[in-house]
Design a protein. Structure first.
Length: 400
């Protein structure tokens, strides 16, 4: 529940719920992906007020919040500069205004989720103890009159109110749907493109001369030896692990043509751990690694790129045995199940095995004329998904 309270002589917002700012579609996104994002943002009702702090965002359903800073931002301004890159548990205890709240700041940003509000000082002290026991907190910053938090084995900083300039802080702004205009413009452009395409199909000869006679490959394939070696090397190297997160699964996948492949691992949060603290610790540990990470519903997903060399696809050899037959021969003795879906050029073969990921990958070299979608090792075993590779296609007007 968001409250408007006065702190350091400034009207401020307490009890905010922080989320990540949603990035705009990237330059490489398709028109469909961009319009989908625009549509979702435009059709959703905008919040009354929004406060943005670096890559964090908090929505406030109260017009009175417009122009006000966050209490957590004020507290951060009160902290010594040497603590700005630390994990700080802030506890604000103001009996005169019945303000009892605690929140965590990591490297100058609030943690995701709500800033907790408590009914009294006793409940606030109990919450502080629970958070510290879980681990990850480096410093406690507390109101000067808050007792009972000095024996927790962590350095304490007293929050002393002083004069601050709210104009130097992020302030809540009116909520709006800035993508509505973009949606309308994007939809109009897509409709014009569709109409133009249809007209070109019907009267193309009148609009432009016929294209030159040429053949061009429209499909590319990666160097699979490089993919296998890169996948094995990525998982053989040290991988960031976070206390409280148990390894759940690992694997590699192909992202798309002319892109790197990806090696990934997932970690499951111990049910006895505090989600907020564990997430902050994970963010700290991954800050100095090239691995990307995201946390959703107690699952830590991490990944790193595997460089690939892509080449134009060449026609497959019709004399090659079917992919399913090759898979049976290559993985005989370690297969638990081989499932086939589709037929012809749309064949997808899924291999399940109790063998570890390296053993399955080393047998891939026995195949010829294949495409690896992904390989995953989890508690249930290893699963490899293969399909027939894309074939080069002639552009319109190409020579037969």
């Amino acid at each position: 529940m968001v409250r408007i309270v006065e702190y350091c002589g400034i009207r401020t917002l307490a009890g905010l719920t922080w989320d990540l700012r949603r990035a705009l579609p990237t330059e490489g996104s398709t028109l469909r992906q961009r319009l989908t994002v625009y549509a979702r943002r435009s059709l959703a009702a905008p919040p009354t007020a929004v406060l943005t702090w670096q890559d964090r965002r908090a929505a406030v359903p109260d017009r009175k919040a417009i122009g006000l800073p966050a209490l957590s931002q004020i507290v951060w301004q009160l902290l010594p500069p040497e603590t700005h890159d630390r994990v700080v548990l802030a506890a604000v205890c103001e009996p005169d205004t019945q303000l009892f709240t605690a929140f965590i700041l990591v490297s100058g940003k609030p943690v995701l989720g709500p800033e907790r509000m408590y009914p009294d000082a006793a409940a606030l002290r109990a919450a502080i103890g629970d958070l510290v026991v879980v681990g990850g907190i480096e410093i406690i910053a507390a109101s000067r009159g808050l007792e009972g938090v000095d024996g927790l084995g962590l350095p304490r900083i007293d929050l002393v109110q002083t004069d601050l300039d709210p104009r130097a802080m992020p302030l809540a702004e009116p909520g709006r749907a800035p993508m509505r205009t973009a949606l309308l413009a994007g939809t109009a452009l897509s409709m014009l493109a569709f109409i133009a395409s249809s007209l070109t199909d019907e009267i193309g000869d009148l609009l432009s001369p016929p294209p030159p006679q040429r053949a061009a490959p429209l499909a590319k394939v990666p160097d699979w030896t490089e993919f296998v070696g890169g996948c094995l090397a990525a998982h053989a190297e040290e991988w960031p692990s976070v206390p409280g997160w148990r390894a759940s699964s690992r694997g590699c996948k192909v992202n798309g043509s002319d892109m790197p492949a990806v090696a990934w691992r997932t970690f499951q949060l111990d049910s006895m751990r505090n989600m907020i603290i564990s997430q902050r610790v994970a963010e700290m540990m991954y800050r100095d690694w090239p691995h990307r990470m995201v946390i959703t519903e107690g699952l830590l997903s991490t990944e790193t790129d595997i460089p690939l060399v892509w080449s134009d696809a060449s026609p497959s050899d019709p004399a090659l045995p079917p992919l399913v037959r090759q898979a049976e021969d290559a993985f005989v003795g370690i297969e638990r199940a081989i499932i086939v879906a589709g037929e012809g050029p749309d064949t997808i073969v899924t291999l399940s095995s109790d063998a570890p990921l390296p053993d399955v990958l080393t047998r891939v070299a026995r195949l010829d004329g294949y495409w690896i979608d992904s390989i995953e090792q989890s508690k249930t075993g290893t699963e490899l998904t293969l399909r027939t590779p894309p074939q080069p296609l002639a552009l319109p007007g190409a020579a037969p």
